[in-house]
Every structure is written in C-alpha cells, then in structure tokens.
Design a protein. Structure first.
Length: 278
C-alpha cells in the first residue's frame, strides 16, 4: 500500500465529507495514488450524575466498519481498478488519529471538506478541518462545499508575503506537488497597504525566484485592501484550480474559516486550498 502515493480521506459520512471524497477520487487518478478512507469514532457518553456510556464500543466499531466497507465498495466502483482503496476505522479523536495515521503512511495529502451550510456540519467537520490544518505537518487540501475536480489541477497559485522566504517557504514540497500535476504556478503577493511591493523586496523576490525557478512561475504583486478578497479575485480571474498557503506563517487560515466573516476565501471563492507547513 505504501509504495505508491497515498491520499488520506477522513469521512464522517456527511455531504461535506462525501464531496471531498469525490474530489479525492479524481485527484488520486491524476497523480496515480491509492486512497485510505478513514473514519474516527468516539463513544457517546451521557453526563448526568456520573458518566454513562450510551453504546458499547463493540457495537460502534461494528456499525462503523459496516458503513466503511459499503463506502469502500462504492468508491471502488467509481475509482476503477487502478486506484486501490483501503479503510481505517479508529476509536479516538479525529485530529490525533489522523496525525498518527499520517506518521504511519506519510501521505501525499490529506483531503478534507470545509464548512457547509448546515449548523451541525459547520461545527463538527469544519472545526476538525481547521484543527487538522493547524496540527498536521502533511499537506491538507481543503475542498469547499460543492466543488468538483473538473478537468484536473492545471493552474496553482501560491500566496506569499515575501518575508524571510528561505526560512518560511517549503520550496521542495511546493515543487514536488506542482510537478505531480505538470501545473503552471502563479506566485501572488497581496498588499493591503496601497503600495507597490515588487520594488520594496527585490532580494526576497529574487530568492524565491531562485528557489522555485525550475517551475518557471509567474509573479504577481497586487494592491488590494483585503488579502482574502485579493486572493479570491485573482483565483477567479485567472481560473486557478488550487491555492497554496502556509498556515503557520499567516493568520489567513483562521480568517478563512471565521463563520462571521464575509470574506471566506475557501467558502465563497470555491477554490480548494492546499495548506503546507514551513
């Protein structure tokens, strides 16, 4: 299983997770990867005077395994014979168990859905996705509700603030990912201060050009009062299939997932986000 690229797809069987799974099926076909469908379950407990376990662990395990086996059969039918499908049914907390699985498998990426329309899905799967982005050191692809894979990943954007690029840019990972798709790379810097940035940071810009040079990326320095809106508008105008961001370096991810914000890059822009770490 581990000789080929592997994509981990967590699922809670919700529409959000199902949509991300369909995206992952097509992604796996493009990069020739196997899929590991993962369901992490917890034992429901009632807290009255004393904690009471409402359902036995064995019953939960059997039920979850049966659902995952059925899902595996459905995915095998959709994916075709070249993509191998595996299932993992694990008792624990979602992000901790994903982290353990990533250490074991070393995946090409983890594919998860972002927040959807219903309140329950926003709270549960949306928060797990955000926690996964913060904690996992493997690439996490966040798929917006209703987003389809379309014709594949051909144009990728990399949102960069051009600060300490040598220390903060995972250039080998970015190059490897972009090459996997034979995609074009656009490096974009959104400046909310109303000043042109290209002339202010020649050294950092040249360093990044050197680091990513073999990809022959195009560089874009954009003035926009709002970083998220600027990225979103660029992604739509230039028909980007994916945007790479580095969550540890930016607080962009927290703003993207803020339920009160009208500027949710992923949710409103309908552009999948690939989160990589430094």
């Amino acid at each position: 299983m581990l000789q080929m690229k592997t994509i981990i797809v967590p699922t809670d069987f919700s529409p959000i997770a199902t949509n991300a799974l369909h995206y992952a099926i097509h992604l796996a076909a493009q990069v020739k990867a196997n899929l590991v469908l993962t369901h992490v379950y917890q034992v429901p407990v009632s807290y009255t005077d004393a904690p009471i376990v409402l359902v036995s662990v064995e019953e939960l395990r059997k039920s979850a395994t049966a659902r995952m086996q059925k899902l595996k059969e459905e995915v095998e039918h959709l994916a075709g014979p070249e993509t191998k499908i595996y299932i993992e049914v694990i008792l624990g907390t979602v992000v901790d168990e994903l982290e353990n699985l990533c250490h074991k498998i070393k995946p090409f990426a983890v594919v998860m859905g972002t927040k959807g329309a219903s309140g329950v899905e926003r709270v549960l799967f949306g928060s797990n996705t955000l926690l996964a982005i913060r904690k996992l050191t493997w690439p996490v692809i966040c798929v917006p509700p209703g987003k389809t894979y379309g014709k594949g990943i051909k144009k990728i954007g990399f949102a960069c603030d051009f600060e300490k690029v040598v220390d903060s840019t995972p250039a080998p990972a970015i190059k490897s990912f972009v090459k996997s798709f034979g995609a074009h790379l656009d490096v974009l810097n959104i400046n909310p201060d109303g000043k042109a940035r290209a002339d202010e940071m020649p050294e950092q810009s040249l360093l990044l050009q050197t680091m990513l040079g073999e990809l022959k990326p195009a560089f874009h320095f954009i003035q926009h009062r709002d970083i998220e809106d600027g990225i979103n508008e660029f992604a739509i105008k230039n028909e980007l299939d994916l945007v790479i961001t580095i969550p540890k370096k930016h607080n962009l991810i927290e703003r993207i997932f803020k339920e009160t914000s009208s500027k949710q890059l992923i949710y409103h822009g309908n552009v999948p986000i690939l989160c990589m770490h430094e």
